[in-house]
Design a protein around this ligand. Structure first.
Ligand SMILES: Nc1ncnc2c1ncn2[C@@H]1O[C@H](COP(=O)(O)OP(=O)(O)O)[C@@H](O)[C@H]1O
Ligand SMILES: [Mg+2]
Length: 392
């Protein structure tokens, strides 16, 4: 039975409730209602529209430390003054009281904290009590002790925050790991290159005819450029968007990737459109994007050689960049999962490369798509918004 009907029953003069009931049933029913009201976990108070308190239950007495009988028999202003003295935020407590008695139709709920230790927080609820014809005749107030629930909730929230924090840290670490592993892969190729450079230098040093001096110097420059590029790639940089030439970034990436391509027996062809508008992009992120796609292609052509073609062209207001390889291609059933974090089919893969590619492309307002080429390899297409009105 709802609180509303309890109160209706209890408020009615006995003569009114007798209609159709014998007095024994009525008596039992009233007793039941009374027992119910006394045993529920809510503090209950019902007052008339004239603010005179009509019913208060035992729980209300416990919560506010005032006898239920006293609440009903004492003048309401002094009961309220006492209640106000018991709560912390008196203004908010009085405010709802005033609003509720000014507007007989108001329903509202809030939280109130009691004075003193230990902390007690109550959820206060008020609503009109209606008569048979639907007019408000009284006002119901309930108070529920939610201290424990609240403490539990904040503890849970704290735990949740903590877990979310840990997840974020793990994610960050994983992304760093991916970058490190990419740098590691690049380093393998570059080490190979460096060995070649050094062995060339050894020959050079043996016979050092003057005309070879320039070659030695060229090798040294190449050596230091490569190590610098590798270090710059591995370092987590500040994200900074500037006008960039996609073609230039690709040509730069090629110097990082060439040694790896040679190791894999892969030929790289560039088919770059001239007069391509710039893009607004972070250089480091674009480099990471292209290196990841190149390395994936090289890995897909592992051992068997092949060709990687990188194309750029303008398509309306977009710059399209395509990486087309002659590798294994992508099984149709995994096409939809390639960009998921940690999805990998390689035994030493981490599965974050394409996930970070997608994030980078989308951060730049673009899109990335994976499909199979006619030649059974894979094609990754990136669309990036062209900068049509170069900034001053
Ligand atoms: N060019 C490609 N050709 C074929 N499969 C590819 C290619 N690029 C990516 N994949 C597939 O997508 C998966 C996820 O790639 P990625 O996110 O870079 O993670 P990882 O390289 O660590 O496996 C790879 O394991 C591979 O199955
Ligand atoms: Mg990868």
């Amino acid at each position: 039975m709802s609180a509303k009907s309890e109160v209706e029953m209890l408020n009615k003069h006995p003569a009114e409730t007798e209609i159709g009931l014998n007095s024994r049933i009525r008596h039992t029913e009233l007793e039941l209602l009374h027992a119910l009201l006394q045993s529920i976990d809510y503090g209950v108070l019902v007052s008339g529209l004239d603010r005179q308190d009509i019913i208060a239950n035992r729980k209300l007495s416990q919560l506010f430390g005032i006898n239920a009988q006293e609440v009903v028999n004492t003048d309401p202003d002094s009961v309220r003054a006492y209640a106000i003295s018991r709560v912390k935020n008196k203004e908010a407590f009085v405010s709802l009281l005033e609003r509720a008695y000014a507007d007989p139709l108001l329903s509202s709920t809030d939280e109130i904290e009691l004075e003193g230790e230990p902390q007690v927080i109550l959820r206060r609820f008020t609503a009109p009590v209606y008569d048979k014809t639907g007019n408000p005749t009284a006002r119901l107030w309930t108070f529920l002790d939610i201290t424990e629930t609240k403490a539990l909730r904040s503890k849970l929230e704290e735990q949740l925050d903590h877990a979310a924090g840990e997840l974020l840290a793990a994610q960050k670490k994983a992304v760093e790991m991916e970058k490190l592993s990419t740098a590691g892969l690049l380093a393998a190729g570059i080490a190979h290159d460096i060995r070649n450079i050094l062995s060339a230098m050894q020959i050079d040093l043996h016979s050092l005819p003057p005309e070879m001096a320039n070659t030695v110097q060229d090798h040294l420059i190449r050596f230091s450029t490569l190590t610098h590029r590798l270090l710059a790639f591995s370092r987590p940089g500040m994200v900074e968007r500037r006008p960039q030439s996609v073609n230039e970034i690709i040509e730069g990436v090629l110097s990082l990737i060439r040694a790896n391509a040679e190791l894999h027996g892969v030929t790289i062809h560039l088919d770059l459109a001239t007069d391509l508008p710039s893009i607004t992009a972070d250089f480091g992120q674009m480099e990471q994007l292209f290196v990841n796609l190149c390395l994936n292609s090289l890995q897909a052509m592992d051992g068997n050689g092949g060709t990687l073609i990188i194309r750029t062209r303008r398509v309306r207001d977009w710059i399209e960049v395509k990486f087309e390889d002659t590798g294994t291609g992508i099984a149709p059933e995994i096409l939809g999962r390639l960009f998921d974090p940690f999805f990998t089919t390689r035994c030493n893969g981490i599965g974050l490369g394409l996930c970070s590619c997608k994030r980078i492309v989308e951060d730049h307002g673009g899109e990335i798509l994976a499909e199979n080429s006619m030649k059974n390899g894979a094609v990754f297409t990136i669309m990036l918004p062209a900068m049509l009105f170069p900034e001053e």
